[in-house]
Design a protein around this ligand. Structure first.
Ligand SMILES: Cc1cc2nc3c(=O)[nH]c(=O)nc-3n(C[C@H](O)[C@H](O)[C@H](O)COP(=O)(O)O)c2cc1C
Length: 354
């Protein structure tokens, strides 16, 4: 039976275990450049024993940042900084992943520790969010610009260029951010997409933006490296995107050459009632894994070693991603290995402590 500490191979890449660092924005950068904080933050978690370390939502164009402090990959000048990150992660035996992202209509927010409210019109210097339709995320947000077909193609090209830069920087795992109410999710959710052209209306039309983006990326991202997508498996809202639609979407993504679906949820509806609790998003992963016969990552309030191990043993997911628990304890994988009596990837320099 497969367990948490069994390696996971996808094409030419092998994770030493099935524990990944979920992408987490640090909002600590200027002009999108990676810096010492990101190297320290991600490097510590690689040394902590994770098999996969996914760098946070990384903007494919400046207006696609959630905040003005996001990290980015919209220019070749960003590559060197990202290369430092991948080098440090790999030196500790983990695989370096990156999530490429566009914030869509949720762009122009403030850092969460500053204010939950977005930047006001007068401060935004003309930075307007983008969306499929002119529908604001909430009353605090500005109405986004409704994208033309030409603008859709431009953003898809930006995702493609970002993937090329990620490869040049040494990332070996690419995750497309299609969750949490950001641009791509806002296209496939009927709550934010009310278009009447080929990008709106039917299920096939709403997922078109995502499928075309994958088609733009696939030729530049090598077949031997994992290509993955994070989706919001449900909007948790009447009339919104559903788990059944996620299963259908995952089948399409598999056909397009996607290797794994990272199963998150929500973020598209400000007032959604989400049933937070241990492993609350696991049913989404299970449904997609069995319904689309594709590898999945589970995420969301996975905090205990036995819980994570059971998810893999029961076949609810192929990989577990931890967010906040790995912020609290970068050495969680080493501690989990001890608890589960598995060989731990302890750095030799730390052996006397474990
Ligand atoms: C500080 C912080 C930043 C986050 N940034 C991102 C992000 O950049 N991309 C993303 O897809 N999810 C992001 N998330 C969501 C996490 O990746 C994860 O899905 C969520 O926290 C649930 O997992 P957890 O219960 O293990 O924390 C963030 C979460 C936190 C706490």
């Amino acid at each position: 039976m497969t367990d948490l500490f069994e390696p996971l191979s996808i094409h030419a890449i092998t994770l030493r275990n099935r524990i990944g660092v979920s992408p987490m924005c640090m909002y600590s950068y200027s002009d999108g450049f990676s810096n010492d904080w990101q190297v320290t933050h991600l490097g510590a978690r690689a040394a902590g024993g994770a098999g996969l370390v996914i760098a946070e939502a990384t903007a494919v164009e400046p207006r696609g940042r959630i905040t003005a402090h996001d990290v980015g990959i919209w220019s070749d000048a960003h590559i060197d900084g990202h290369r430092r990150v991948t080098r440090v992660i790999k030196a500790s035996g983990a695989v370096a992943g990156i999530q490429i992202a566009h914030a869509g209509r949720k762009a122009g927010s403030r850092r969460p520790w500053e204010s939950p409210k977005p930047v006001g019109q007068e401060e935004s210097h003309g930075w307007q969010g983008l969306g499929p339709s002119p529908i604001a995320f909430s009353q605090d947000y500005a109405v986004p610009h409704e994208m033309s077909v030409q603008e859709i193609k431009e953003v898809q090209n930006a995702f493609c260029a970002a993937a090329q830069r990620a490869l040049a920087a040494g990332f070996e795992w690419l995750e497309l951010h299609a969750a949490h109410g950001y641009l791509i999710h806002s296209f496939y959710s009927p709550l934010s997409n009310q278009r009447t052209d080929e990008y709106g209306g039917s299920f096939e039309n709403r997922i078109r933006f995502l499928l075309e983006t994958i088609r733009a990326i696939r030729p530049v991202w090598p077949e031997q490296l994992p290509l993955t997508v994070r989706i919001s498996g449900t909007d948790w809202q009447e009339g919104g995107w559903t788990v059944d639609e996620s299963v259908r979407l995952a089948r399409h993504l598999k056909t397009e050459g996607v290797d794994l679906i990272d199963c998150s949820s929500g973020g598209g509806v400000a007032q959604a009632r989400i049933p937070f609790g241990p492993g609350y998003q696991l049913p989404i992963s299970e449904a997609i894994r069995s319904g689309a016969e594709i590898l999945t990552a589970a995420v969301g309030l996975i905090t205990l070693p036995a819980q994570a191990d059971e998810i893999i043993r029961q076949g609810q997911a192929d990989l577990v991603l931890l967010g906040r628990e790995l912020l609290r304890d970068p050495y969680w994988p080493l501690h989990a290995a001890q608890v589960l009596k598995q060989p731990a990837p302890i750095p030799p320099q730390y052996l006397r402590a474990f």
